[in-house]
Design a protein around this ligand. Structure first.
Ligand SMILES: [Zn+2]
Length: 107
């Protein structure tokens, strides 16, 4: 079961149980992207580095996570209730809309 999908334009997409929508980041091998993440190319047990920060500006929310071997760990600076928790990734629900595309690498 794939828990991460890669779109035709090189965006790795997964479901975030804290934000209850998808997140996506561009992965290596995409020319012209300002920042890319390293991906281990294992869609069933993905690892993305470095961590991913998603800011929803209107809601002033932050979702900061690492993805390692198919497990999401939410960093404690996340503003949602899953901060500090881990989650074994599940299949992305079909037709899941992507959330705001404001992902950043951790500093
Ligand atoms: Zn999230």
């Amino acid at each position: 079961m794939n828990v991460i999908e890669v779109s035709a334009d090189g965006i790795a997409l997964w479901y975030c149980p804290a934000c209850k929508h998808g997140h996506g980041v561009p992965i290596e091998g995409q020319p012209g992207r300002q920042q890319v993440w390293k991906f281990n190319n294992r869609k069933q047990k993905p690892t993305l580095t470095p961590s991913v920060i998603v800011r929803d500006i209107p809601k002033r929310s932050v979702c900061h996570s690492t993805i390692t071997d198919g497990v999401i760990e939410f960093m404690k600076d996340s503003t949602h209730s899953m901060a500090g928790k881990t989650f074994t990734m599940k299949k992305m629900p079909q037709d899941e809309p992507l959330g705001p595309r404001v992902e950043e690498k951790s500093k």
